[in-house]
Design a binder for this molecule. Structure first.
Ligand code: ADP
Ligand code: MG
Length: 239
């Protein structure tokens, strides 16, 4: 059983077809990376999976349950964006606790989970700070922590490192890899245009081209046996 199953998923905005029929199974615990040129539909596909936008046609199932009409909060999904989208007036602790408070979780349970996530991401010494008192890398960790606290079955990342400088990008990438290894059942879907990120993080890579999947495979498969020059150009040659 696939954690996430997409069957002939399409999305149009008015007369513009953006996702043109995507079939894809993503396993429980899998780290799936979407790559592709700007405008190929990566972010749209993530928004469809998250439920932030409805698909135009096709089927989407999570753990065999049809989720086509399920709102984001019922999908068990957390999303981390490249702009950190923290609440500026709230301390780190409250930023991380916010989702669970909305869900009316018990205070002690919220506290336990916030501290556990903060420890995991090594931001436990920052809980009393405001976002403006943090570096870019720390903010991105808080954004990841805020998602982590909600114990999602699926994590979606849309180019989470692209606003960080090179050194921090590497450190945060390693952090995300560690996170994935420590949460065996949690599926991660990660959008990037960075070849190194894709090759090092992915169990499998899905290459998008103009709203369609050009090829899906392990990093080694795509590297050794790209089925088109397009894939070879994306995966094979260092930029
Ligand atoms: P990527 O993340 O791969 O760069 P996007 O998913 O953001 O690509 O966009 C794919 C295409 O869909 C682009 O051509 C974009 O202009 C178009 N698009 C995205 N969102 C909308 C929208 N809300 N309305 C109309 N067109 C959109
Ligand atoms: Mg995008």
């Amino acid at each position: 059983m696939a954690r996430i199953e997409l069957k002939n998923v399409k999305k149009s905005y008015g007369a513009v077809d953006v996702i043109k029929g995507v079939d894809l199974d993503i396993r429980k615990g899998e780290f799936m990376v979407f790559v592709g040129p700007s405008g190929s539909g990566k972010s749209t596909l993530l928004r469809l999976i998250s439920g932030l936008e409805d698909i135009t046609s096709g089927e989407m199932r999570f753990d065999d349950q049809l989720v086509n009409n399920l709102v984001p909060s019922d999908r068990g999904i957390a999303m981390v964006f490249q702009s950190y989208a923290l609440y500026p007036h709230m301390k780190v602790y409250d930023n991380m606790a916010f989702g669970m408070k909305l869900a009316k979780a018990e205070k002690a349970e919220i506290d336990r989970r916030v501290r556990e996530a903060a420890k995991m991401l090594q931001i436990d010494h920052l809980l009393d700070r405001l976002p403006k008192q943090l570096s870019g890398g720390q903010r991105q960790r808080v954004a990841i922590g805020r998602a982590l606290v909600r114990d999602p079955r699926v994590f979606l990342f849309d180019e989470p490192l692209s606003n960080l400088d090179a050194g921090l990008r590497v450190a945060t990438r390693l952090e995300i890899a560690k996170l994935h290894h420590s949460m065996e059942d949690t599926t991660m879907i990660y959008v990037t245009h960075d070849q190194v990120e894709a090759m090092t993080l992915a169990d499998r890579i899905a290459v998008l081209r103009d709203g369609l999947l050009e090829q899906v495979g392990t990093p080694a498969e795509l590297y050794e046996r790209p089925n088109s020059l397009f894939v070879a150009g994306f995966i094979g040659s260092p930029k």
